[in-house]
Design a protein around this ligand. Structure first.
Ligand code: ADP
Ligand code: ASP
Ligand code: MG
Length: 400
């Protein structure tokens, strides 16, 4: 059988852990499997590299940041390959580009465009364990790009798709939980979750799996396993919803702390004016998330929207253009927010979830600014300091 296994930052955090993974990989290989391993940077290496860049400027050039961040993963591939060779097994380390990963789009949040398997296939045919640097690829210009924080998951699932096999994600939790176990101690482990629900949970902030990874898993039919222990299979499977029998109203709860809310006051309520604002944001590649608009008073409206706090530099560029086009506009930003979301396919066939949430928030005096819904989720922006109260109340009300 062929397998892609991915080991995250904590799992490769020390040389001892890298050696333990090497031993495990040799065992898996000897059982007759062809193995491709995707690794992340060791421990908090990516954060440390970003910190270094920020010692030079708090707005580092995104191309250079990619050049810097991608070195983290390259250290791990070399060390793991050395460990394997030292244990007498043939292995080869490959950067994203050497593994054939072609990317496109903005630096630091690029997307995988295509994968050319040729080199990996050749090494596998030679019996080697192939070790690929996660989180990176090469764009049309021949520059190294990264795939956005947590992007090694995406590398792994994309490679599994290209190589036609399953993908195992090893991390520092033993599976997907109803809520981040670091935030809510009572969170419960989920045995099986559908691609749709996992995509929604990831998109709404569950950092355990990168959303693009789950999307690609669904697109290419890659079964994904998420777990911790080497060799044990008591984690979570991400599958098609038809393969899951149990149906709950709410499957999980996600929190997104990477939220920046922008308020635009005193805007002419003309569709073209509003369109121009969002097209300026689009041109700078700002990912606008939630939008709300006040009642029009004497032809003037207030609009607020959220975007990832990590895109503040792109946002500021757009805001500069927006301000020149709308001199009377008052623009302010709020960083002290989070987005709390509940997710569940059960919502498709059951109503009343939103009503229940409004009731709970009323009872607990939790103020929210924006609400959005999808077929399988409801999200609220609220003040950061209400996180614990909201998580507690929702978990209790929906028994998750
Ligand atoms: P890795 O470095 O292995 O990619 P991450 O830190 O990206 O690991 O993801 C694992 C972390 O995701 C866990 O430590 C956990 O705190 C967090 N997490 C967030 N939401 C969930 C969830 N619903 N279930 C499990 N873990 C979650
Ligand atoms: N090292 C990268 C990060 O910290 C990619 C990853 O871990 O998936 O975001
Ligand atoms: Mg991760």
């Amino acid at each position: 059988m062929r397998i892609v296994q991915k080991y995250g930052g904590t799992s490769v955090g020390t040389i001892e852990k890298i050696k333990a993974i090497a031993e495990h990989l040799i065992k898996v290989r000897k059982e007759g499997n062809e193995v491709v391993v995707v690794v992340s940077a060791m421990g908090k290496m990516t954060d440390e590299l970003i910190k270094k860049a920020n010692e030079i400027t708090n707005r580092p050039d995104r191309r250079e940041l990619d050049m810097l961040m991608s070195t983290g993963e390259q250290q791990t591939i070399a060390l793991l390959s050395m460990a394997l060779k030292n244990m007498g097994h043939e292995a080869v380390s490959l950067t994203g580009s050497q593994a054939g990963i072609q990317t496109t789009g903005t630096h630091t949040k690029s997307k995988i465009k295509s994968i050319n398997n040729e080199r990996m296939e050749k090494h596998l045919a030679d019996g080697k364990i192939v070790i690929v640097a996660g989180f990176q690829g090469m764009n049309e210009a021949g520059d190294i790009t990264t795939l956005g924080r947590g992007g090694s998951d995406t590398s792994a699932v994309a490679l599994a798709g290209a190589l036609g096999c399953q993908c195992e994600i090893y991390t520092d939790v033993d599976g997907i939980y109803t809520c981040d176990p670091r935030v809510h101690k009572g969170a419960k482990k989920i045995d099986k979750i559908s691609y749709e629900e996992m995509m929604e949970m990831s998109n709404l902030g569950a950092g355990v799996m990168e959303v693009r990874a789950v999307e690609l898993g669904k697109k290419f039919g890659v079964p994904i396993y998420v777990g911790r222990s080497l060799g044990e299979k008591n984690g979570t499977y991400i599958l098609e919803k038809e393969q899951i029998m149990e149906e709950k109203l709410i499957t999980g709860l996600s929190i997104n702390e990477n939220v920046l809310m922008v308020n635009l006051q005193n805007l002419y309520n003309k569709p073209q004016k509003i369109a121009n604002i969002f097209s300026a944001l689009g041109k700078q590649d700002v990912n606008v998330d939630m939008i709300s608009q006040s009642q029009s008073v004497e032809d003037m409206v207030d609009i607020s929207f959220t975007c990832p706090a990590t895109e503040e530099d792109l946002l500021d560029k757009a805001v500069e253009i927006i301000a020149t086009q709308n001199p009377a506009l008052k623009i302010s930003k709020n960083q002290d927010l989070i987005k709390v979301s509940v997710v569940g396919v059960g919502m498709i066939s059951h109503s009343g979830v939103a009503g229940k949430l409004f009731e709970i928030f009323g009872e607990k005096n939790i103020k929210f600014y924006q609400v959005t819904t999808s077929e399988i989720s409801i999200s609220f922006t609220m003040d950061k300091d209400r996180k614990a109260a909201a998580v507690e109340a929702i978990s209790e009300a929906f028994n998750i």
